[in-house]
Design a binder for this molecule. Structure first.
Ligand SMILES: Nc1nc2c(ncn2[C@@H]2O[C@H](COP(=O)(O)OP(=O)(O)OP(=O)(O)O)[C@@H](O)[C@H]2O)c(=O)[nH]1
Ligand SMILES: [Mg+2]
Length: 284
C-alpha cells in the first residue's frame, strides 16, 4: 500500500471566492452554513468562523437521506447545545421554504425589531449560502427557487462565482463557490472529504480512500461488509480482495486493484452500504 500523502487542495478560484465572500458579507443579514450530515465535523470550514465573524448563522446538515438518522439527531442536539440553529434536510426532496423563513426571522429578530422601531417596513432578509465544495449549496437554492437558478453537479467546484437569487419578498440568497482551507491538520478530515466527494478524485489516492473506508467499516460496523458483499471479514486489504473475487474483478487471474478500489468508493458514495454517518459528536 502507498504511504499516506497529505491532501492539500486550494485552487485559485477559492482564494478569489474567499475574498468575494468577505466583500459581500456586509450586504447580508445572516449566513447559512451547509455541512454534510454524514461528516458534520469534517465538513465544517474552520476558515468560516473568522470570515463570518459575528453574523447570525443557520447551520444546515445536508444529504439527510444519505446519513444515519440516529447520528443526525445526535449532531443536531450537540450543535444546538452550542447555541446554533440547525436544520437537517434532504435538499432535493424535502420542502423547507416555510421553515427556512421562520428560522430566518428568528435568527434576525433583533434586526427586524430595530427596523420596526424606526418605522421602516421590513425588507427581504439576505443570506449568504456558504460551505465546502459539493455539500449542496446550489441544490438548496434551486429547490427553494423551484427552478434551476444555479448550476449543480456531483463533483466539487461547480459554482465558480457569486450569484444572488431572489426567492420571495422575504428572502434573498447569495450562492457561493465551495471553499476549502489550505491545509488539513488532521489526515482523517482530508480523507473523509475526499471519500464523500468534496475533493476532486484527480488529486487524491483512491486506494487510500478505499482502505480507510474498509477499515472504518470493519471497526465501526462489524458484519456490515459481510452482509452486503457476502464475504469473510478479515484484515482491511484481505476483505477488499474478498470483495474483488466475489465480484469477479480479476485480470489475467490477478485482482484488478484499480477496479476494486474505484468500485468500492463508488458503492459508498451511492449508499450501497446503506445510510452512514462517519463521525459522531465529541461526547458520544
Ligand atoms: N441525496 C442527496 N443529494 C444531494 C443533496 N443535496 C445535494 N445533493 C447532490 O449533491 C451534489 C452536489 O450538489 P451542488 O448543489 O452542486 O453542491 P454545491 O455545494 O453547490 O457544490 P460546489 O458548487 O461545487 O461547491 C449534486 O449531485 C446534488 O444533486 C441531498 O440533500 N441529498
Ligand atoms: Mg454550487
Amino acid at each position: 500500500m502507498s504511504n499516506q500523502k497529505q491532501i492539500q487542495w486550494f485552487p485559485g478560484h477559492m482564494t478569489k471566492a474567499k475574498r468575494q465572500m468577505e466583500e459581500n458579507l456586509k450586504k447580508v443579514d445572516f449566513v447559512i452554513e451547509i455541512r454534510d450530515a454524514r461528516i458534520p465535523f469534517s465538513s465544517k470550514n474552520p476558515m468560516l468562523e473568522n470570515l463570518i465573524q459575528n453574523k447570525p448563522r443557520l447551520i444546515i446538515l445536508s444529504k439527510r437521506d444519505k446519513a444515519d438518522p440516529k447520528a443526525s439527531d445526535l449532531w443536531k442536539k450537540a450543535l444546538e447545545k452550542e447555541n446554533c440553529t440547525v436544520l437537517t434536510l434532504d435538499l432535493i426532496h424535502d420542502s423547507y421554504f416555510k421553515v427556512l423563513v421562520e428560522k430566518a426571522n428568528e435568527i434576525c429578530s433583533a434586526l427586524i425589531e430595530k427596523q420596526k422601531r424606526r418605522g421602516i417596513r421590513p425588507r427581504a432578509l439576505r443570506a449568504m449560502v456558504c460551505g465546502i465544495p459539493n455539500v449542496g449549496k446550489s441544490t438548496f437554492i434551486n429547490t427553494l427557487a423551484k427552478r434551476k437558478a444555479a448550476m449543480t453537479a456531483d463533483r466539487p467546484g461547480v459554482t465558480k462565482s457569486l450569484q444572488w437569487i431572489k426567492l420571495s419578498s422575504s428572502l434573498e440568497l447569495l450562492d457561493t463557490p465551495g471553499v476549502l482551507w489550505p491545509k488539513f491538520d488532521d489526515q482523517d478530515i482530508g480523507i473523509r472529504l475526499a471519500l464523500l466527494g468534496s475533493i476532486r478524485d484527480e488529486v487524491v489516492n483512491i486506494e487510500e480512500l478505499a482502505m480507510y473506508a474498509c477499515k472504518w467499516c470493519l471497526d465501526t460496523k462489524p458484519g456490515l461488509l459481510a452482509s452486503i458483499y457476502q464475504v469473510d471479514e478479515t484484515t482491511p486489504w484481505q476483505t477488499l480482495e474478498n470483495i474483488a473475487r466475489k465480484r469477479g474483478y480479476l485480470q489475467k487471474g490477478q485482482i484488478d486493484e484499480n477496479r476494486l478500489v474505484r468500485s468500492f468508493v463508488k458503492d459508498i458514495r451511492e449508499d450501497k452500504l446503506g445510510p452512514l454517518t462517519w463521525e459522531l459528536p465529541d461526547d458520544q
